[in-house]
Design a protein around this ligand. Sequence first.
Ligand SMILES: NC(=O)CC[C@H](N)C(=O)O
Length: 208
Amino acid sequence: MNARPVIGVLALQGGVAEHLTALERAGAVARPVRRPEELAEVHGIVLPGGESTTMSRLLDAFELTEPLRARLAAGLPAYGSCAGMVLLAREVQDDRAVRPLGALDVVVRRNAFGRQVDSFETDLDVREVGRVRGVFIRAPWVESAGPAVEVLATAGHPEVPDASAPAAPAGRIVAVRQARVLATAFHPELVGGDERVHRHFVQTVRAR
Ligand SMILES: NC(=O)CC[C@H](N)C(=O)O
């Protein structure tokens, strides 16, 4: 792999610009992806935050769903933040508005942390990355994960009792990796000056 891998950011909706900036700073050549031809040229793909239902519909409208599914199945490294995590999942709990891509063997719950705390920030320890500032905006959590999935971080919230589940005493699962597919329920691209999560993903793409 060349020194600067080409990494696409799915640019149909959501926080595209922040990921492009973070990827460039992390050592990649970052490009927006809206068309199947653009998808064909990247060594890795980022699915940004936004609205997973809308992105799911737009993936269909732009005829990207099947090409993206196929490349993911063939091992394309991917990183999804927030809505991107929802899209990468195998299953979305109690919600048929999203057709997930099935690249991660997890069941996710959308808007899981509850209405009373649409957004919150907390410091969390992310395995393989370190201690980071977690920015959560109407964030999902991982309800359950298959055996091939590594849990990289958990987080709870003091105002949401249900956010500390018995399965994860320190809170809910909010960062996972399965081989070359990484996902976070939070938004590292919104934390200026800290590109460690993106660097970790760029390393994964390089290693391929
Ligand atoms: N910040 C986000 O990406 C929010 C995700 C959104 N709640 C969804 O489920 O699509």
